[in-house]
Design a protein around this ligand. Structure first.
Ligand code: NAD
Length: 210
């Protein structure tokens, strides 16, 4: 994906298109035009065509796209035609919400291990996955060949957890702790901060006012 230099905004829209196509497919609709996709997700038809054009020609002029084929193709582009093994560390409020979210599994993100350092939580099960103590992290994550780590521990613990994940061989980390993490360049690191998104919203509301 990196070598193709696809803009990140395109990748995000592809994810939105694929979810919309899943809905359309469930309704039994066989073909769809770029205009219909655009209307369904709220972008311009030209934008849809431009995004899809990054990946070569799909669809037939005047007929549109075969819904199943296009969905399959986008999922493949997004790397979602295979399952991904995910580990989650920190089973607090956020960790519990994420690890019980059904949408991840539907999209091929399988939480294969969960870790916490609270003895009350260790040994409990979330969707059949046993919560394990941190001491087991490196070994279990290695064994499962887990590619993605999710960090939902307090900030003070996040770097240690990231280091353990890297040692265990994860390729990507999704970090929810509000702290800057140091990881080797080859690790894909993504920080999620909902407060930043809220601030963008308030900035935009403010901009409309003044
Ligand atoms: P929480 O206190 O409910 O949960 C933290 C969990 O981590 C607990 O289960 C605790 O036992 C565990 N933990 C603590 N230290 C640990 C360690 N060293 N190893 C393993 N487990 C450990 O907190 P929360 O509300 O779920 O928030 C978790 C993190 O996510 C915090 O860093 C918080 O700031 C962040 N957060 C981010 C967003 C966002 O938008 N990115 C939103 C909410 C929370």
């Amino acid at each position: 994906m990196k070598t193709l230099k696809i803009p990140e905004a395109t990748i995000i829209r592809l994810s939105v298109y694929s979810r919309y196509l899943t809905e359309v497919d469930r309704k039994g609709i066989v073909t769809i035009s770029s205009g219909e996709i655009a209307e369904g997700v709220g972008v311009s038809p030209a934008q849809v065509r431009k995004d899809l054009a990054y990946f070569g020609e799909f669809g037939t002029r005047g007929v549109g796209y075969n819904v199943k084929d296009l969905r399959r193709h986008i999922l493949k582009i997004l790397g979602l035609s295979v399952d991904w093994s995910v580990t989650l560390v920190g089973l607090g409020n956020l960790g519990l919400a994420l690890s019980t979210y059904k949408g991840f599994r539907e999209r091929g993100f399988i939480i294969t291990s969960i870790f916490d350092n609270d003895p009350e939580k260790v040994g409990t099960k979330i969707n059949g996955v046993e919560v394990l103590p941190l001491e087991n992290l490196v070994e279990v994550v290695k064994q499962n060949r887990t590619q993605i780590g999710i960090i939902t521990v307090p900030s003070a613990a996040a770097q240690d957890i990231a280091d353990m994940m890297v040692k265990a061989g994860v390729q990507a980390i999704l970090n929810f702790a509000p702290v800057v993490l140091n990881v080797p360049a080859e690790i894909e690191l993504r920080n999620v901060d909902l407060a930043v998104n809220l601030e963008v919203l308030t900035f935009n509301i403010g901009a409309q006012r003044f």
